[in-house]
Design a protein around this ligand. Structure first.
Ligand code: ATP
Ligand code: MG
Length: 414
């Protein structure tokens, strides 16, 4: 984790904390996000062989995908601003656009002040260099002179709590140590605007407390903070204003309490709006978990269960394959079940359902999310549609013991 990047103060644009007459119009806006759209290309071949490349005559098979769509936001100066939204809704992409690590395909971002950012794990650090060298490297990327960094060095190391490890190559750091050093650099370079992407949770409790105090101090000093987080309680406590992103669009902006409340309601009532990623003639329309033929949202550890995948097709489509993917509630893929055993499927025209029976539910207690996927067989295989977050299951156990972790390890002892 590193302080990833800085947009240096643009010549002629005064920092908003000391607005001049020229800056007065902008003085209350730290970052203006003007109709920003960002597009990615999704390439389909995973195991690209020479043969398949020749068959395609060198053409790449990809689909375009808009991760951000017409995002229009004014991030006020001196406020703590939160971004919430489901996995893949575009929060990190937006932060990267603010940090100028990504360039929008449409629209623009106007920042008023020095930005420092703490983005993904590992970003901004050189693994072979020591913590000390990385502090100097990052400080200089963030626009500080060697003397500036000398003056701040001890504070940076102390805040990170890495005195003993500062001359160790950062490749030997734990993820918590990475985050601590990255965050410490990012805040000690005196940014006007600090961007933080859901990373602070990695540090230990003492560090989290120090970070929270630093956020308060930043706020009191009138600096601007933009945070991305799934920890809705913290967002509600920390933030003045919140924007809710949904499939790359802004769904709601307003006071933290109100927006977080609405977002929380929406995610618990409709298990995170299912998202169709690919347009196609055949679509996944639902996934229902059934115990003894009855739909459930909760089940006991180890129970047998049926997962019913519902599909819709505009015409008959042959050569298909269905899959279910199981994820943790924060998006980590745990497992996949595919319909290969049924042979190539022909679906449509119309609607229908296919069941997957599990003899015993494979995870420990917790909340789990299921995606329903339809693929086209072939070389390469192609994902036609995915219903993300199609169902959410609360897996419950009597007593918490033995349920640390994700899966049931089981086994027999002797
Ligand atoms: N470099 C990339 N190439 C292709 N697609 C990408 C790239 N980066 C992000 N995406 C896609 O853009 C969408 C938005 O991703 P982003 O990381 O911004 O989501 P997020 O809101 O931060 O999600 P999370 O809560 O899981 O962190 C996702 O569908 C993601 O797969
Ligand atoms: Mg993210």
């Amino acid at each position: 984790m590193g302080p990833a990047h800085a947009a240096r103060r643009q010549p002629g644009v005064p920092p908003a904390r000391a607005p001049t007459r020229r800056g007065a119009v902008m003085a209350d806006v730290a970052i203006n996000v003007e109709d920003v759209s960002k597009r990615f290309r999704i390439y389909h071949e995973r195991n690209q062989s020479v043969k398949s490349a020749v068959m395609r005559r060198g053409r790449a098979r990809f689909e375009e995908f808009w991760a951000l769509r017409d995002v229009d936001l004014e991030i006020p100066y001196g406020k703590t601003y939160g971004l919430v939204g489901h996995n893949g809704s575009g929060k990190s992409t937006l932060l990267k656009c603010l940090a100028r690590i990504l360039v929008p395909d449409k629209g623009r971002v106007v920042a008023n002040g020095r930005i420092s950012a703490l983005l993904e794990l590992g970003a901004g650090f050189h693994p072979e260099l020591s913590g000390r060298d990385n502090v100097y490297l990052n400080g200089s990327i963030l626009g500080l002179s060697r003397r500036d960094i000398d003056a701040r060095f001890d504070d940076i190391v102390e805040f990170a709590g890495l005195e003993q490890f500062i001359d160790t190559p950062v490749k030997n750091y734990s993820s918590g140590m990475y985050v601590r050093l990255g965050f410490s650099v990012a805040i000690n370079v005196e940014p006007d605007i600090l961007l933080v992407d859901e990373v602070l949770a990695v540090g230990d409790e003492a560090f989290q407390r120090r970070s929270a105090a630093k956020f308060d101090q930043f706020r009191d000093e009138g600096r601007t903070i933009v945070v991305v987080s799934h920890a809705l309680g913290s967002v509600r406590n920390m933030c003045d204003e919140v924007a809710w992103l949904d499939h790359g669009r802004v769904l709601e902006v307003g006071p933290a309490d109100a927006v977080v409340g609405k977002y929380a309601d929406a995610t618990t009532q409709t298990p995170t709006e299912p998202a169709h990623v690919h347009p196609s003639d055949v679509r996944m329309t639902g996934l229902t978990a059934l115990v003894d033929g009855r739909p459930v949202q909760e089940l006991a550890v180890g129970s047998p269960i049926d997962l019913r995948l519902e599909w819709q097709a505009d015409r008959a489509v042959a050569g298909l394959l269905l899959a279910v993917q199981l994820r943790t509630s924060d998006g980590m893929l745990i497992g996949t079940a595919r319909s290969d055993a049924l042979g190539p499927l022909t679906l449509g025209p119309g609607t229908g359902a296919v069941d997957l029976h599990l003899e015993s539910w494979p995870t420990a207690a917790g909340t789990y999310v299921l995606d329903a996927v339809v693929l086209e067989q072939g070389e390469p295989e192609r994902e036609l549609d995915r219903l993300s977050d199609a169902a959410r299951l609360a897996v419950v156990a009597e007593g918490a013991r033995g349920h640390e972790g994700l899966i049931l390890l089981g086994g027999s002892w002797s």
